[in-house]
Write a protein that binds this ligand. Structure first.
Ligand SMILES: Cc1ncc(COP(=O)(O)O)c(C=O)c1O
Length: 404
């Protein structure tokens, strides 16, 4: 059998993106046992780094093994009991994912929606809290499918005042913008690995506060086989075993109660990725994303493309462009990848074949990559026969932006 060979790529999608070589290197270290003191020290350090990344003092800041939806599912399965009402504001595909997870946990979903490409005013969400009186608000911060960032700085406080638990999908915005969890009084927030943090997919940092912890612990059940005399079996318990956050709490604390077998190499990756991100500074990282986003956006407009969506609420880690006439959307993406190793993304639902999504996430977000991307993308698009494009003007705009 031939050796595994991976081609070089410039990934300009909303994830997964390329990782820093320091992360790959960390993953190739020897595997440690999950109760080895050397490893538990790495766990403690990783928890502290997660706190810093979410700008929170929450004790409960640890990863869930699995892709980002594992983090979402763990939070939802742990807080939502059958029959609970959950308010899910939907501004795109990932709102529907929240609704799906709630339904599977037996919750009753109430949605509010806005036109695609827009966001919901927070006042509208707060009004819906008063009408629906849910137990939980499950809201997406960065809706990757439309490139919109939902304002959430007021909803956490509003939830707290009403005895509602706020749960936030910050998978795409995590470490690409600041998410001050404590300041915004959010109860549980889920980040992402393969996006702005730029480590491989497969581990998901989450954080939740004491209020949330108390609520989920009313349904705590430690599985038989590791249950001690202290823990009695409860009649009503969290239905999922793997995604039971209360059992994960017992592993991610000095008790170190056995649950799953920890994915130690993924924890090395998370630890290293977080050290890089926190070392750069959460605010600086947000500024870096916003800075390059602005430059590339101006250049794409100079090229002759139309930027999609409500400009006041754009995510700084994705640029959505309307697909110009004269090109077959998926064929173009395929050829761009096959010929030049450059990857961009399409979208979902009604935006399919209407927009391309150009990701600006984490490790790839630097001048050289963006200049390379723009040169290849704009010339290749023109070569495909799209009329009215001006690649020279686009490059000139970007170079001047970086020079100024
Ligand atoms: C906003 C958002 N939420 C959830 C997910 C699901 O993440 P995963 O594919 O890692 O499970 C994604 C993935 O793109 C996302 O962008």
């Amino acid at each position: 059998m031939s050796e595994l060979k991976i081609a070089k790529r410039l990934i300009m999608t909303p994830g997964p993106v390329s990782v820093d070589p320091r992360v790959s290197q960390a993953m190739s270290n020897s595997i440690l046992g999950q109760f080895d003191p050397d490893f538990t020290a790495i766990m403690d350090e990783t928890m502290e780094l997660i706190r810093k990344s979410f700008l929170t003092e929450n004790t409960w800041s640890f990863p869930v093994d699995g892709t980002s939806r594992a983090g979402l599912e763990a939070v939802i399965s742990s807080i939502v009991e059958p029959g609970d009402r959950v308010l899910v504001p939907i501004i795109g595909r990932f709102g529907h994912l929240f609704a799906e997870l709630v339904q599977r946990a037996g919750g009753i979903v109430h949605t509010i929606e806005c036109p695609v490409g827009e966001v919901l005013p927070q006042e509208e969400i707060i009004k819906a809290l008063d009408i629906i009186k849910p137990k939980v608000l499950a809201i997406v911060h960065g809706e990757t499918s439309t490139g919109r960032q939902q304002p959430i700085d007021k909803v956490g406080k509003a939830c707290k005042e009403r005895g509602v638990y706020s749960v936030v999908d910050a998978v795409a915005t995590y470490l690409g913008t600041t998410i001050p969890v404590d300041e915004w009084e959010l109860d549980a927030v889920i980040g992402g690995a393969q996006k702005c943090l730029s480590i491989p997919s497969g581990i998901t940092p989450i954080t939740f506060n004491e209020r949330f912890s108390e609520a989920i612990n009313t349904r705590k059940r430690v599985e038989e086989g590791i249950r001690t005399n202290e823990e009695t079996e409860k009649e009503v318990f969290i239905r999922s075993n793997y995604f039971d956050l209360t059992q994960l709490q017992d592993y991610w604390c000095p008790k170190r109660l056995n649950h799953h077998t920890e994915a130690t190499a993924m924890v090395y990756a998370l630890n290293t990725g977080l050290k890089i991100a926190v070392g750069e500074g959460v605010e600086n990282r947000a500024e870096r994303h916003a800075y390059h986003h602005e430059g590339l956006k101006r250049a794409l407009e100079a090229l002759g493309l139309k930027i999609y969506g409500d400009a006041n609420h754009e995510m700084k880690m994705v640029i959505c462009v309307e697909i110009p006439e004269g090109v077959e959307p998926n064929e173009f993406r395929k050829s761009l990848l096959e010929n030049y190793g450059v990857e961009i993304a399409g979208s979902f639902g009604e935006l399919q074949k209407k927009i391309w999504r150009i990701g600006l996430m984490g490790y790839v977000v630097e001048k050289q990559n963006i200049l390379t991307f723009l040169s290849i993308f704009s010339l290749f698009l023109q070569q495909q026969g799209v009329q009215g494009l001006n690649p020279v003007k686009a490059l000139d705009t970007l170079v001047k932006y970086y020079e100024s």
